[in-house]
Design a protein around this ligand. Structure first.
Ligand code: XIL
Length: 377
């Protein structure tokens, strides 16, 4: 794999990057490894994973990882850990009749491991990306309960020892109010199914218990978005965490997605990390991207000034995480998607440039700011 490095990138890299602080080699990484891949000290290529003690991850497409050598090569070189952006979800593994089809997911997990990448499991109980046809065919809470238990148990058992941690419950509360998410307060969709409609809030605790029974060694996370922005939502997620802990439910971590933009408040980021750290749980920054066109202006041309603001925001995430989350609680930093071309935001039709790499697999200059930040840790 080759990063297609243009001359000016090379010059800037040579000028700015020092590899003197390769913290993984002497660090206390909580997982993922951080070995091998794409050079190392003294090369002209920035290796993100070598620059932070906690694992550095990326949310990826199974198909691109399998079929596109530029994509897979860059992931192998730069990251410790992968999260499947779709392949480990209910809708990717459950057929319309409720039977399972795991061949692609098996291949994804095996491919990742063969390439020295650890796999973070995403996601067991979410309202989107489900096989809605199957779930809507069920009648009554008992059937829905069995379907969720069977899915979680089957999935976690199948990838036991291969998957070190799971997002068990994802986006369980709504924006603004922090209320439990149900069809009464959230939109419908063909792949949408609200477990809480039939099961109430108990599905959250049950999901953790079932996952833990299937793999007692796996670290189990609750995950949500807008926590840096929406304090009611943040407090609501923390309330749920405290309830789960009080009931001795096996929850080990909290993920903050951080789908943010250049205008996101730094004070909000600090407040979030401080409150999440105070839970005592592992904290995963689980799906980072930083939009530079948050108002979806069209036409839109990215400018150096916008990229600079984006760089500051990426850097601030890392700074605040290291400042506010104790080392023992740092599960890692995961960016969502590899390049601006495959970003879920761009794929959904928005004009934006929210990732660390441009469509040509060239490291955007702004990512260097993150590198420099990591070097300070
Ligand atoms: C997105 C994926 O990136 C897309 O490929 C998919 O079509 C929809 O889901 N929060 C999450 C992720 O927890 O699973 C979502 O990923 C992005 C928002």
């Amino acid at each position: 794999m080759i990063i297609r490095m243009q001359w000016y990138n090379l010059v800037v890299l040579l000028a700015l990057v020092s590899f003197s602080a390769c913290s993984k080699s002497g660090g206390t990484s909580t997982g993922g490894g951080g070995t091998g891949g794409g050079g190392g000290g003294g090369t002209t290529t920035v290796i993100l994973k070598n620059l932070a003690t906690p694992p550095v991850g990326v949310g990826i497409s199974y198909d691109l990882f399998k079929n596109n050598l530029s994509y897979s090569g860059l992931i192998k070189t730069q990251f410790d850990r992968v999260t499947a952006e779709y392949q480990m979800k209910h809708g990717a593994n459950v057929k319309n009749d409720g039977t399972y089809e795991f061949s692609r997911t098996d291949d994804f997990v095996n491919l990742a491991q063969a390439n020295g990448l650890s796999v973070f499991g995403h996601v067991l109980a979410w309202h989107q990306n489900n096989n809605g046809t199957y779930l809507r065919s069920l009648s009554g809470a008992a059937q829905v309960n069995s379907a969720l238990q069977n899915w979680i148990t089957t999935m976690v058992t199948r990838y036991k020892t291969k998957v070190t941690g799971w997002d068990v419950a994802n986006e369980v509360v709504v924006d603004g109010t922090g209320d439990l998410r149900t069809s009464a307060n959230s939109p419908a969709g063909s792949d949408v199914f609200y477990w809480a409609d039939q099961l109430g809030r108990n599905y959250i605790a049950d999901a953790f218990r079932w996952a833990n029974a299937a793999d007692p060694a796996a670290k189990l996370f609750i995950n949500d978005y807008n926590l840096e922005y929406d304090s009611r939502k943040l407090d609501s997620v923390i309330k749920i965490i405290n309830e789960l802990k009080a009931a001795s439910v096996p929850i080990h971590g909290v993920g903050t997605q951080m789908h943010i933009n250049i205008n996101t408040s730094n004070a909000g980021i600090d407040n979030m990390f401080q409150k999440l750290a105070a839970t005592g749980l592992l904290v995963h920054v689980s799906e980072i991207d930083v939009r530079i066109n948050p108002s979806s202006a069209s036409p839109f041309t990215p400018t150096t000034a916008l990229y600079d603001q984006q760089a500051q925001k990426f850097r601030y995430i890392a700074e605040s995480y290291f400042r506010n989350v104790p080392a023992a609680q740092r599960w890692g930093l995961t960016v969502w998607n590899l390049t601006d071309a495959d970003s879920w935001i761009v794929q959904s039709g928005k004009i934006d440039f929210p990732t660390l790499f441009d469509a040509g697999y060239i490291k955007n200059l702004r990512s260097l700011n993150i590198v420099q930040d990591y070097n300070n840790k």
